[in-house]
Design a protein around this ligand. Structure first.
Ligand SMILES: Nc1ncnc2c1ncn2[C@@H]1O[C@H](COP(=O)(O)OP(=O)(O)OP(=O)(O)O)[C@@H](O)[C@H]1O
Ligand SMILES: [Mg+2]
Length: 327
């Protein structure tokens, strides 16, 4: 276990990074597969959804901690980000490397090829141990932490109900959970009653096992989640360049995306989750939450990594977001 970062001694938010990643981007002019290629440039960014959420929250001035796991052998890049952004490091250290996801960018065709690694292969014992470590950390932070963010995939070998177990424990201790994952972990954790869930439209369609090709279908399906027992208080369905739906039991709102110069869409959903949490900490209503969360996403689109401009700029952007009732 790493010594705590002394800066964020009493975090309001903790994000759980069970399967973080380093994102390696390599630029090549005209990639030829099966041949020796000369690369133009390489960049390595710390990533993974939970780390992205923490990074955006910290940029907005919210005191944030990260728990979960990182590989000892390339931990330095994560530690540097945590230090720089004053994010408290409560991660468990595993032997070996944190997974590296590679992006091959062909500067001639403009195509990006992603090679994503699954993450560390956990044995049943190491999965149990990691989950226990995370639950213990959350226990230690309970009382101060208002929001627990469960974002991203689980590493191979981690049981699909890991987020469900964390949701139950965190909410029993008085925190609220926002859930952003997919597949079996999403289904299992929904049954544990997280307060907010943010699928994108594809993740929602996969959850219910039918195509959701219209706004009406997305709204109706979001409402099904809200009236389930236990149901979340809020459902947010992100739709990429088509904006996002914000639903509670009374209202359905659509926020249109801001018109910004897009540098990278990677992590837009993670920025939106960070914005949702920031809005809940400020006690904003559904419409103002839709504005702030969309502004977080828009602000992130203008940057390559999971970083936001100054909070005043994000708030100014929020004022320009169009939100209207739907359904
Ligand atoms: N191309 C785009 N143009 C404008 N806004 C966008 C674009 N892509 C995403 N956004 C904004 O970001 C929000 C979240 O994006 P999206 O629905 O792609 O999330 P996601 O699929 O969860 O992404 P990820 O998990 O990769 O971070 C959208 O609701 C929208 O406001
Ligand atoms: Mg997402």
């Amino acid at each position: 276990m790493n010594p705590l970062n002394p800066f964020a001694a009493s975090p309001q938010v903790v994000t759980v990074a069970l399967n973080p990643a380093l994102d390696q981007t390599i630029e090549v002019a005209g990639i030829k597969l099966g041949e020796v290629n000369r690369a133009l440039r390489m960049q390595v960014d710390v990533g993974g959804k939970a780390v992205n959420v923490a990074s955006c929250l910290s940029d907005f001035g919210v005191s944030t901690a990260v728990t979960g796991q990182i590989g000892r052998d390339n931990a330095a890049l994560f530690e540097e980000l945590f230090q720089r952004k004053k994010i408290a490091n409560h991660c468990h250290y595993l032997d070996g490397l944190t997974r590296i996801n590679s992006k091959l960018v062909d500067t001639v065709s403009g195509d990006t090829t992603d090679l994503n690694m699954p993450g560390p292969e956990l044995t049943p014992d190491s999965a149990r141990d990691l989950l226990e470590q995370v639950l213990r950390r959350l226990d230690q932070l309970a009382g101060q932490v208002q929001w627990v963010v469960l974002s991203g995939s689980l590493p191979p070998g981690m049981p699909a109900d890991a987020y469900a177990a964390i949701t139950r424990k965190a909410q029993a201790a008085g925190g609220s959970v926002v859930l952003d994952t997919s597949g079996a972990p999403l289904r299992a954790a929904l049954a544990a009653g997280p307060k907010i869930v943010k699928p994108n439209r594809h993740e929602l369609a996969e959850l219910v096992g039918r195509p959701l090709d219209t706004l009406e279908a997305l709204i109706a399906t979001g409402r099904e989640l809200l009236v389930a027992s236990p149901g979340p208080d809020w459902v947010v369905v992100s739709m990429g360049g088509d904006g996002a739906l914000f639903l509670d039991r009374e209202q359905a709102l659509r926020a249109l995306p801001a018109r910004v110069n897009v540098s990278s869409t990677v992590g837009a959903g993670d920025a939106m989750v960070a914005g949702l949490v920031a809005a809940r900490l400020e006690g904003l209503n559904l419409a103002d939450t839709a504005r702030l969360a969309t502004a977080f996403a828009a602000a992130k689109l203008t940057r390559l990594g999971p970083h936001l401009p100054r909070p005043a700029e994000v708030r100014a952007l929020a004022q320009q977001i169009s939100v209207s009732p739907v359904g």
